[in-house]
Design a protein around this ligand. Sequence first.
Ligand SMILES: Cc1cc2nc3c(=O)[nH]c(=O)nc-3n(C[C@H](O)[C@H](O)[C@H](O)COP(=O)(O)O)c2cc1C
Length: 331
Amino acid sequence: MELTTTFCTLTLKNPLIASASPLTGSLESIQKLEANGIAAVILHSLFEEEINHEMHKIDYFLHAHSNSNAEASSYLPTELDFDNLQSEHYIEEIRRIKKAVSIPVIASLNGVSIGGWVKYATKLQEAGADALELNITYVPTSIDMEGGVVEQIYIDTVTMVRQHITIPLNIKMSSSFSNPANMAKRFVEAGADGITLFDNPTRVDVDLELLTALQRANITGSANGSETLRWCAILYKKLSCTLCANTGIHTGEDVLKAIMSGADAVALASVLLIKGEGEVKNILNEVTDWMQAHEYTSIEQMKGSISLLHTDNPAAYERNSYMYALQHYRR
Ligand SMILES: Cc1cc2nc3c(=O)[nH]c(=O)nc-3n(C[C@H](O)[C@H](O)[C@H](O)COP(=O)(O)O)c2cc1C
């Protein structure tokens, strides 16, 4: 059975990728994931704020001595002094993980501005990352900021990161745009080789003891994969990039549904956090058992088989399906 597929421009031995989470922040877990058959890992993110925090520390370090004797230029940090910083640790981890595993290792940057942090993309590439995933999460809180301005922030960030790397670039996008399909197209025009549909934002909650708002990491279930399936089906073969289904992929059946909708690969976080690295093997077995029972011989053969590619009027189809679902509900 042929399970190979593509993610960005990389060839993967099967469609299962470990999505960025604490599990992909440890070499031990990554090795377990590889032993259980995962095709690639996306590392836990390096956040813009972590990099900027360090830049501010450098800034402070530089200016703390600005009133000192000008001759004392040895106060100034050299490039080597930066090596102890926390984001340098991330880069070291990439080198260590790359030596220890043979599957593709995808670095992850999480940021939302066109500041100096973007140069870290180059460092991640130099450390050996096979690709870079960019997660841009920005919550616009100004009632005066129009949607187009928000969208441009995303596009400018992608353009800037693209300029710093030659390795494949994957954009993990939010579903909260007026037209996610158009945003995906613009990401590709800005240099993305792959689009992940979709990131899953944190969950806002209120702690009634502390009387404070807080955000929690959002653990999903299969039912959360609905928007992912919808937009994979809409975008199948519409863009010159790969599609990776993310959010709510927990079982072999979820993987099959995503591939048939139009995904090239799937990214898993919650299911691995809940059930552990060994679940990769179970999911792969479910996928291959189903394919065998239904006489499919390759992932390629299944891709997009229930997409909206050959639907004359996808918007009308979506509207009709929506109406039908609401009108035919039975208790
Ligand atoms: C505890 C936790 C930590 C996560 N950390 C990151 C991260 O560092 N960077 C990132 O882009 N996504 C992160 N995510 C999001 C996941 O990679 C994934 O996109 C999301 O959970 C949806 O996939 P799922 O339904 O398989 O969980 C995290 C998710 C969880 C639950």
